[in-house]
Ligand binder design. Structure first.
Ligand SMILES: Cc1cc2nc3c(=O)[nH]c(=O)nc-3n(C[C@H](O)[C@H](O)[C@H](O)COP(=O)(O)OP(=O)(O)OC[C@H]3O[C@@H](n4cnc5c(N)ncnc54)[C@H](O)[C@@H]3O)c2cc1C
Length: 475
């Protein structure tokens, strides 16, 4: 075996001798992958195909001990370190060129205590895996809407989905976390132990250490819920969006409804003539009693002249996978996102006009519905600060041909720029692409940034965990 050149945090490479590589390999319970070795390409391939990076070495961790090994190696040699959970983040910071990648995806344990309504979750678990385990006991907690997303990255940035109106963010349900900090120590963080670290990881992303276990509170949900899609022709978008705006403002906590604008995919319940035409989809879920759900959803379902209405009783774990076919890995993706308190007429008009020049058939604009339980948590209670937001827009451009890069990115930026006057200025950190570092301070963290920067100096003074939406340490 020869020396391995590994990029350092400061830029140039350092050399790891064969003995250092062999020593690391022997200490791991999981595996060490060098380029060309089994597991290397699987580990470095992430959801967004725009990101194609080749780490010098990858530790595929089996447990906290392997995480400690990787963190210590990175710190002692000053190596550039990337941390991967589910590999879904749009910015692609889970993987680096030439550095050390710590891949947590093999850490798959979910242990549910149905009596205590708590789950202990390792950081390689996807949302679908988490839901399957918890739904066996009729339990769930708010997570996202695409089942192949990693729970770790989602939870560290905030985390919202169909249950958030009722039960808040994923971080609002976090009871404790085990964290390997930059000094290689495994610490427990919760309201009693290291409460400042516990505060910081509830929204502060991967800045403060590597979480090796999440303890999440669970709630009775399903196993069947009222959920589904109502599909409208886009020609009716003005009236339907105005009705949507009014009805969700009055919606009970249990009812969450997202508006999705895109070209109709060839769904079996849509007439073939509709496929490929512009549609507005109201996607809804009622997290509670089925009959009450039917009553609550009725006004939304009565809007406009829908092409299809497939709202009905669905297994919750199945509904959580409903959008998976449109969000498969391997496509090129670029996102722009804004937070909103309200959806002004002028903004709705911008959405309608942006649909007129959709750059590819897979692009979409979605409006996520938040508020309610999320907004009853004080801004200073967690690092996630956006407690006045009722809607999140994500301009999701998606394509396969690299020749479309420029036109797709330009379309997203144009809508983003034009809608800025109607937005809060805040942004959900997990929806930020890699070119938005200037939004981290004011946009992602706003009033909580100064405290986060001080805690960064306490827990990671050398900024070892810098491949993320980075918070620079401030003493
Ligand atoms: C198709 C799609 C749908 C989505 N839908 C939603 C949604 O409905 N709601 C929502 O809230 N979000 C949603 N997201 C955003 C999602 O929350 C982020 O992409 C999130 O970062 C994914 O986590 P991951 O572990 O898969 O990502 P990764 O790319 O593996 O990780 C992201 C970053 O988190 C850090 N990290 C990951 N694991 C750890 C760990 N254990 N310890 C420390 N740091 C860690 C690292 O800095 C890493 O770069 C969606 C994303 C996609 C691609």
């Amino acid at each position: 075996m020869t020396n391995v050149a590994v990029k350092t945090q400061d830029g140039p490479s350092t050399t790891l001798a064969p003995e250092a590589i062999a020593g690391l390999r022997s200490r791991l319970r999981g595996t060490l992958c060098l380029p060309g070795e089994p597991g290397y390409d699987v580990a470095r391939t992430i959801w967004n195909a725009m990101i194609d990076r080749r780490p010098a070495l990858i530790v595929r961790a089996a447990g906290a001990a392997d995480v400690i090994q990787a963190v210590n190696l990175a710190r002692e040699h000053g190596l550039l370190l990337a941390v991967r959970g589910g590999g879904h983040n749009i910015a692609g910071n889970a993987v680096c060129d030439g550095g050390l990648m710590l891949d947590l995806s093999p850490m798959k344990s979910v242990r549910v205590d149905p009596g205590a309504r708590v789950a202990w979750v390792e950081p390689g678990v996807t949302l679908g895996e988490f839901d399957k385990e918890c739904q066996t006991f009729g339990l769930a907690t708010p997570v996202g809407i695409n089942s192949t997303t990693g729970l770790a990255g989602l939870a560290l940035g905030g985390g919202f989905g169909w249950l958030s109106g009722k039960y808040g963010l994923t971080v609002d349900n976090l009871k404790s976390a085990d964290v390997v900090t930059a000094n290689g120590q495994l610490v427990r963080s919760n309201a009693q132990s290291n409460p400042d670290l516990f505060w910081a990881i509830r929204g502060g992303g991967g800045n403060f250490g590597v979480v090796t276990s999440f303890e999440l509170g669970l709630h009775p949900v399903g196993p069947e819920v009222l959920a589904g899609l109502v599909v409208h022709p886009f020609t009716d978008a003005k009236a339907v969006l105005e009705g949507y705006r009014q009805l969700v403002a009055e919606a009970p906590d249990e009812l969450t409804c997202w508006a999705v604008m895109r070209k109709a995919p060839p769904l079996p319940f849509l007439p073939p003539a509709v496929h490929g035409t512009d549609i507005l989809v109201l996607a809804m879920c009622y997290a509670g009693d089925m009959e009450q759900g039917k009553k609550a959803a009725a006004p939304l379902r009565a809007l406009g002249r829908p092409i299809a209405d497939v709202v009905g009783p669905h297994p919750f774990a199945g509904w959580q996978t409903a959008f998976d076919p449109l969000l498969t890995p391997g496509a090129r993706n670029y996102w722009k996102s804004h937070d909103f308190v309200e959806l002004k007429d002028e903004f709705l008009a911008l959405l309608r006009s942006a649909m007129q020049d959709l750059p590819t058939p897979d692009c979409e604009i979605f409006i996520g519905h938040l508020g309610r339980a999320v907004n009853r948590v004080p801004v200073e209670a967690t690092a996630y600060p956006h407690r006045d937001v009722n809607f999140v827009m994500n301009v999701h451009t998606r394509w396969t041909d690299p020749q479309d890069d420029q036109k797709c990115i330009a379309w997203a930026r144009k809508l983003f720029d034009r809608s800025a006057p109607y937005a809060t200025g805040g942004v959900y950190v997990n929806f930020m692409p890699e070119d938005e570092t200037q939004r981290v301070q004011g946009g992602a963290y706003g009033p909580n940034f100064a405290r986060l920067a001080k805690l960064k100096a306490k827990y990671d003074p050398q900024n070892l965990f810098r491949l993320n939406q980075n918070i620079a340490p401030q003493r």
